[in-house]
Design a protein around this ligand. Sequence first.
Ligand code: FUB
Length: 474
Amino acid sequence: MNPLFPLDEYVPDGEPHVFGDRVYLYGSHDQEMGDRFCMRDYTVWSAPTGDLTNWKNHGVSYKKSQDKRSKGDKLVDYYAPDCVKGNDGKYYLYYVAMGPNTQNFGPMSAAVSDRPEGPFEYLGDIRYHDGTPVLKYLTNDPTVLNDNGKIWLYYGWGLGIDFRSKLLSPLYTFVESKLFHRSIKEIKATKPSIMDCAVVELEEDMLTVKGEPKAVLPSKTTAEKGSGFYLHPFYEAPSIRKFGNTYYLIYSSGSNNELAYATSKYPDRDFTFRGVVISNADLGYKGNQTPKNNAGTIHGSVEKVGDKYCIFYHRCTNNTDFSRQACAEYITMNADGSFEMAEVTTQGLEGPLKAEGSYPAAVCCQLYNPSLKPVRGNGKREKYPCVTFDGKDRLIFGAKKGTHIVYKYFSFTRPVKLSVTARGEGSLRIAGAEKKIASERWTTAEFALSFQGVKALELEITRGTLELLELTFS
Ligand code: FUB
């Protein structure tokens, strides 16, 4: 169920790949309540393709100290990776290193292993034939496809802002040049904009580009006004897949909470905007306009596992962008190759959860308070309800009056008693019944539920402020 891994494990930017009879999830690795993105060494998780509820951690797959830019205790941070099986049967991990001794969007790199789970060894940087690093477009979030022997690399970073104004564009070019360490000449020569998603083919050595990268998805500045791309421009997190003879380029759009996608019959051109596959705030799902979570970055992809399609993504916890957890859902592909937008759930790849035994309150799939504005950043967790920790406990914190906490879906086969372990001073409403809680220590409030069938379980704080630890059905 979601999140996919233990509640103290933070793996965002998940790229799922089936290699052999297992599905592997490659991702970044956040520190719980860290003060920046991706503070930890890479790790890899995998599950048998026949049992997506049975994930195993393979441990550290690539240490920050292994990148040549890490010097002494000045370690780089590894941002979102992707992994591909090369034509030589080895596994190649692509990433960009950020932090000390790197420039903002410096060269992308690759590491290699004989095994899908690693450990990986540093191989080199993405370069031209003459050895100079590829820095055209913004070298971020590499994703790679082995297309019957041809290796395609996609990457980029953009902003959900239209920089088209003639008056301001020289200023933007100057800012881009300073921010991203690119010369003004280089920026002007990168068409249509350095903020677009780019593609380039790699040589057999998996590092050298065959030609110049070129734009493949438009950012806000280059998308045609009124088009699907203008409303959902490329921002970051490209992820390439090929289903049948169609290329799918999934990406995070300018709204920074949704994964959108575009398709083409070609790997390097003519991508058409197709829609949104998921939002980690459920924005747009069945027309919903209220954020159902404190949303933030989103990054992930679709993988076909057996005969089902699954979408992997991450949720944001602790009211920061730096503590993100892997989640996954089944997603439906229609006969025309389009995807139905997936719903964020607690059940994830497990199917409806039995209304039996105990569940951590922190596995909620919606946590929102329509009367409060979400606040992000360390030290601000009390301003908006969030999933967080207190010592060894993972819990829901700051659930003030008006907070909704939702679990989708439970399967009810008989009337049950639900005990909610909570503390604080407030009232909790479930299925029309309201209970008062007034305790500094964990206590339980009991509710009789007579649901039948598969139902969402919704809790609402009607008074005061509570913390929630556990739900137990009996
Ligand atoms: O994890 C660090 C960055 O946040 C990734 O590179 C982006 O895609 C976003 O998820």
